[in-house]
Design a protein around this ligand. Structure first.
Ligand code: ATP
Ligand code: MG
Length: 363
C-alpha cells in the first residue's frame, strides 16, 4: 500500500485537490471490498482507476458520487468532507456504462435536465444545450429520442448531459465498453479532447489497459480493493514494481533470478539492469517486455544469449516470436521488416535485452 504513494506524483500532494480520498473503506455483507484507499486528484487532472473485474473500481466511484456510504475514511471535494452530502449536492458529472438517458425525453430535454433542476431560465438553457451539442459534435439532434441514436451518439449525449452543469469533477464508469473497437478509440480521443478543452478533473474507471494508458495523466492500478501502483502511464508501464501490475498492463517475460554480484542470473541468462549492480545472492523477480527483446543484436550487445525459435507468427505490423533459451520461454515482438524473412522455427538466434528494459519487481 505504501509503495503506491511513494514518489508522489502531482495531485497526490497537491495543496488544493478537487477530490481527496483518505482511508476509504467499504464492506458488503461483512466482506471488505475496499481496504483504505488513498488518492487525490488535482484540478483538471485525468486519473484512471484500472483493474480487473471485482477489484472495487465501481464501488470507489459510487462512494465519490454519494450513491454508496463509506464505512470508514473521508471523501473531500474541493477541500470539504462530503461523506454526508447527498449526490445531487456534490456538483459532479457522471457517465455510466449503460447510457442511462431518459428514454421518453428528447436529446435536448435529457441534456437540459440538470439545468432545469437548477431552475435556470429557459433561454439560457437552450443556449447551453446548443453549446454542449456543438462540443460533443452532435449538432441538430435536439429533437431526437435516445432510441433514434447509435450507441456512440447516445454516449456523446450522456457526456453532454454530465457536463452541462459545468462540474469540476467528472466521473466515468466504463463509458465506452458497449461500443465496438473502432468507435471506442474514436470516443477515447473525443472524451480527452472535451476534457482538456473544459479543464474538468476526471476520474475514469476501466479494465482496459489501452484506454488507461492513452487517456490518463495518472493511473491507479487496483487489485483486491487496494491501489497497488499509482503514477503516470509512462511510470507505471516502465516501472510497474509488482508482478501483478507488470502483467496486468501488458505481456512480459517474468523470471526468478539470483544475483552473482554483477548480473542477475536465470538459467543461461545473465541480465544486468540499468540501475546499480545487485549485491551477490540477491533474489529478485525480473521482467522484460516482448517489444524490448532484440533479435540478432550486435556482437557486443549486453544481456545477450542464444535461443531457439519455437514459434514465429506474422501479425502484420510486427512478428511475435517465442524463443526457447534452455528451457526459459522468452516472448519477443519484432518489427516486421519490409521484405524481411520471418525467423524460422527450429533455428538458433542470439537475442539481447537492453539493460534499461530490465524491470525489477517485488512479489
Ligand atoms: N451491492 C453490492 N452487494 C454486495 N457485493 C457487492 C455490491 N457491489 C459490489 N459488490 C462486490 O464488491 C466487489 C467490488 O465490486 P465493484 O463493482 O466495485 O468491482 P469493479 O472493479 O467495478 O468490477 P467490474 O470491472 O466487474 O465492474 C465485488 O466482489 C462485488 O461482487
Ligand atoms: Mg465496475
Amino acid at each position: 500500500m505504501k509503495s503506491a504513494e511513494e514518489g508522489a506524483a502531482p495531485g497526490v500532494t497537491a495543496p488544493d485537490p478537487i477530490l481527496r480520498l483518505e482511508g476509504l473503506a467499504k464492506s458488503f455483507q461483512g466482506q471488505r471490498v475496499l481496504h483504505g484507499l488513498d488518492i487525490a486528484i488535482g484540478r483538471g487532472e485525468f486519473v484512471t482507476l484500472l483493474g480487473p473485474s471485482g477489484c472495487g473500481k465501481t464501488t470507489t466511484l459510487n462512494l465519490v458520487a454519494g450513491l454508496l456510504a463509506a464505512d470508514e475514511g473521508s471523501i473531500r471535494l474541493r477541500g470539504a468532507v462530503v461523506n454526508d452530502v447527498p449526490p445531487q449536492r456534490r456538483r459532479l458529472g457522471m457517465v455510466f456504462q449503460s447510457y442511462a438517458l431518459f428514454p421518453h425525453m428528447t436529446v435536448a430535454e435529457n441534456i437540459a435536465y440538470g439545468l432545469e433542476v437548477q431552475r435556470m431560465p429557459s433561454r439560457d438553457i437552450a443556449h447551453r444545450v446548443g453549446a454542449m451539442l456543438d462540443l460533443v459534435r452532435l449538432p441538430g439532434v435536439e429533437r431526437k429520442f435516445p432510441s433514434q441514436l447509435s450507441g456512440g451518439m447516445q454516449q456523446r449525449v450522456a457526456l453532454a448531459r454530465a457536463l452541462v452543469t459545468e462540474p469540476d469533477l467528472l466521473l466515468l464508469d466504463e463509458p465506452l465498453s458497449n461500443l465496438d473497437a473502432a468507435l471506442r478509440r474514436e470516443m477515447q480521443q473525443e472524451i480527452k479532447r472535451i476534457q482538456t478543452a473544459l479543464g474538468v478533473a476526471t476520474l475514469l474507471v476501466t479494465h482496459s489497459q489501452e484506454e488507461a494508458l492513452t487517456m490518463s495523466d495518472r493511473i491507479a492500478v487496483m487489485r483486491g480493493g487496494r491501489i497497488e501502483r499509482l503514477g503516470t502511464p509512462l511510470e507505471v508501464w516502465r516501472d510497474p514494481r509488482t508482478r501483478f501490475v507488470c502483467t496486468f498492463l501488458g505481456d512480459a517475460t517474468v523470471l526468478e533470478a539470483v544475483s552473482d554480484g554483477t548480473a542477475f542470473v536465470a538459467g543461461p541468462l545473465h541480465l544486468t539492469p540499468a540501475s546499480s549492480a545487485p549485491a551477490a545472492d540477491t533474489r529478485r523477480t525480473l521482467a522484460f517486455r516482448p517489444e524490448h527483446v532484440r533479435l540478432d543484436p550486435p556482437a557486443d550487445a549486453p544481456n545477450a544469449a542464444l535461443g531457439l525459435v519455437r514459434e514465429a507468427s506474422f501479425r502484420g505490423a510486427h512478428v511475435a516470436c517465442l524463443l526457447d533459451c534452455e528451457g526459459l520461454a522468452i516472448q519477443a515482438v519484432l518489427p516486421a521488416d519490409p521484405g524481411g524473412r520471418l525467423p524460422q522455427p527450429g533455428t538458433p538466434h542470439r537475442f539481447a535485452i537492453p539493460p534499461d528494459a530490465v524491470m525489477l519487481l517485488d512479489d
